[in-house]
Design a protein around this ligand. Structure first.
Ligand code: FES
Ligand SMILES: [Fe+2]
Length: 370
């Protein structure tokens, strides 16, 4: 792996921030069977206690690196399938079958987890920083909110660095090209002016399409509506772990806020978890605040996802191959539509740099103390 391959497009010392919540799994993926997922290049084993609480431990047995996923649960503990070392839910080694005593500090890393919005979130940084208040307001976008319906699309892992997925989601002008056949009305997006709404919680690249024809998808979603619509194509970055796209749809010329004039809100919630420096786990959840639990919409959303996501993935895997070969020899040309994505890159680079600086400061203080 070359340096350029590792650092593009941020050019920072580390590919991702660690002081961060990431989606480890959909809630229903995790139960009383062990599953393994690689997150930020580290294997993690996930399960639930008998009480149903999610647990995340480092995925390799510290004895001889046997994958703990091939082991078995004994109550709330994992008994390694190789020589039987047993680790409790905190990761502490509590039993070594071949001897009476367990040396102090034997164990595996326990990752803080929190379950929210139908998702299991895992903290990869220092334990003291694992504050659930750092999670985005999931309920406001429809996750874990009884007034909304959601569909969880199957998680996909693909061969592109997570920054490419962020670039893709923050610049929705690609919808008019890559998704011209799969998103009805998507052809209009590239011509809709955008504004950037930057708060301390998110950075939203907002497009409001006014007076758009009521395309077949709109007719299907809002069968009683006649006439054109005003539709938001938001791309809201909450952090490297989550981006919301979509937004409010209202009758043309009416308010675009989620008030009584609104026909409804459709959010596409994109969960992004780096698997390795050059591969990514991608979670997509669709959420809407109208026609709740309607099986026809549910089926339509899931089947649209089966068309749309492979289109993005094919593009990003192709770009990953180009980046791998050429990123250190070419200069990117950027255009006006890239402003949001460039701000997001800067924000993410600054987040990584802060962590690197903090580590260096701490290392220097440690060296002075010794
Ligand atoms: S590798 Fe796990 S007990 Fe030996
Ligand atoms: Fe896309």
């Amino acid at each position: 792996m070359t340096h350029a391959e590792k650092s593009y497009p941020l050019n920072e010392a580390k590919p991702y921030p660690y002081e961060q919540w990431w989606i480890a799994a959909y809630s229903q993926e995790v139960g009383r069977s062990l599953i393994q997922r690689t997150i930020l290049d580290r294997p993690v084993v996930l399960y639930r206690t008998e009480e149903g609480d999610p647990v995340a431990l480092a995925g390799l047995c510290p004895h001889r690196l046997y994958p703990l996923v091939k082991s078995r649960l004994q109550g709330d503990s994992i008994q390694c399938g190789y020589h039987g070392f047993t680790f409790d839910k905190s990761g502490r080694c509590v039993h070594i079958p071949s001897q009476d005593k367990v040396p102090p500090r034997f164990g595996v890393r326990n990752y803080p987890v929190v379950e929210r919005g139908g998702l299991i979130w895992l903290w990869t940084g220092k334990e003291s920083g694992a504050d659930p208040n750092l999670l985005p307001d999931l309920e406001a976008m429809g996750l874990g909110n009884p007034d909304w319906s959601v569909e969880q699309h199957p998680m996909t892992t693909f061969n592109a660095r997570y920054q490419l997925l962020i670039d893709n989601l923050v610049d929705l002008s690609h919808v008019s090209f890559i998704h011209s056949n799969s998103i009805p009305g998507g052809g209009a997006v590239v011509n809709i002016p955008y504004e950037i709404v930057d708060t301390n919680k998110s950075l939203n690249v907002r497009r409001l399409g006014r007076d758009l024809p009521c395309n077949p998808l709109m007719k299907f979603l809002f069968p009683h509506h006649e006439g054109s619509v005003d539709q938001n194509f938001d791309a809201e970055f909450f952090g490297p772990n989550l981006i919301r796209t979509g937004g409010n749809i209202s009758a043309s010329g009416k308010s675009t806020n989620a008030d009584s004039k609104s026909l409804g809100i459709t959010n596409f919630i994109h969960g992004i978890t780096p698997e390795t420096p050059t591969t990514v786990h991608y979670y997509v959840v669709t959420a809407r605040n109208f026609r709740l639990y309607d099986p026809a919409i549910e089926a339509a959303n899931l089947s649209m996802g089966l068309k749309i996501q492979p289109e993005d993935i094919a593009a990003l895997e192709a770009i990953e191959l180009s980046v791998d070969r050429f990123a250190d020899t070419r200069r990117e040309l950027s255009c006006m539509a890239d402003a949001g994505a460039i701000l997001v890159r800067k924000r993410l680079a600054a987040q990584i740099r802060r962590e690197v600086n903090e580590e260096q400061t701490q290392a220097a203080q440690g060296a002075l103390a010794t």
